[in-house]
Design a protein around this ligand. Structure first.
Ligand code: NAD
Ligand code: ZN
Length: 257
């Protein structure tokens, strides 16, 4: 059964021409990747807030645990769910201008989305961060590789893979706690948010920057906001419509056409 809120979202989608989708961890929970709050799973066994950027740089043991966490992440072989697919179809239809995501799982691209801005980076790649990056800012030589490169090094008996070009530290190409956001990605996300006539946020608690700030970029530029989430968010009052529900059920109905 389709709720009146989902119907209202479908109407908004039909009335819009430049839709930006902004996703958080909640769009991937139905792919078996728990968000921060859910019990169990990788994030509760390895509290990522303990694995800060500075500790990663300072301590080989923290790096070892981080690689272990990444391995477990990929061993679950996460696959896109109906929400990711509905979002990709929106872009193919010409109405969607892209996806901004806080997720690091690469599932939007796996579902066929082409314009994807990953404001917290990606776990699917690793990057050189240099030897002694300061102030949470990577200072590497630009070397990047698929995440499997690091796993291959670990399997070959190297517990702490380093950069083949400059021997700097190698880290997952994600934004860790205490690490600066990648400025180009933030600027790209802000541009897309300001161009949109409708932003749909999906599966984000909208509590931390830049999650809380991006919807304001759309609204300030004259666009509208819609929210799909399993629970209320602090921005609900600014939204034209707020759908409480599961992304994988709501999105195929609301974006369907
Ligand atoms: P969050 O955990 O703060 O909020 C997720 C929200 O999604 C919650 O409000 C929850 O109620 C809702 N939710 C959960 N399942 C849902 C579903 N099926 N349908 C609709 N809503 C659902 O997540 P956040 O705001 O994205 O911030 C947490 C940070 O954790 C992000 O920055 C992200 O980088 C990181 N993270 C990423 C992944 C991933 O890549 N898959 C997973 C966990 C955490
Ligand atoms: Zn390097």
């Amino acid at each position: 059964m389709t709720s009146p809120e989902t119907e209202r979202l479908a109407e908004l989608v039909r009335a819009s021409e430049r839709i930006i989708v902004f996703t958080g961890a909640g769009v991937s929970t139905e792919s078996g990747l728990p968000d921060f709050r859910s019990p169990g799973g990788v994030w509760t066994r390895y509290d990522p807030s303990e694995l800060t950027f500075d500790r990663y740089v300072a301590d080989p043991e923290v790096r070892r645990r981080s690689w272990q966490m990444r391995r477990e992440f990929f061993e679950t072989l996460p696959q896109p769910n109906p929400a990711h697919r509905a979002i990709a179809a929106l872009e193919s239809s010409g109405r969607g201008i892209g996806v901004i995501t806080q997720n690091i799982d690469g599932l939007h691209q796996a579902a066929g989305s082409r314009t994807v801005v990953e404001v917290h980076g990606t776990a699917r790649e690793v990057m050189c961060i240099g030897r002694r990056p300061l102030g949470g800012v990577p200072d590497g030589c630009g070397y990047r590789a698929d995440h499997t490169w690091a796993f291959d090094r670990l399997d070959a008996g190297d517990p702490d893979p380093s950069c083949p070009s400059c021997s700097g530290l190698i880290k997952s190409a994600t934004v860790s706690f205490g690490q600066a956001l990648f400025p180009d990605d933030v600027a790209h996300a802000e541009r897309l948010a300001a161009q949109a006539d409708l932003m749909i946020t999906i599966g984000s608690s909208l509590q931390v920057f830049p999650a809380a700030g991006l919807p304001m970029e759309t609204i300030t530029a004259g666009g509208r906001l819609a929210i799909v989430n399993a629970e209320p968010t602090p921005l609900d009052e600014l939204a034209e419509v707020m759908v409480i529900g599961q992304a994988g059920e709501v999105l195929p109905r609301a974006l369907g056409g």
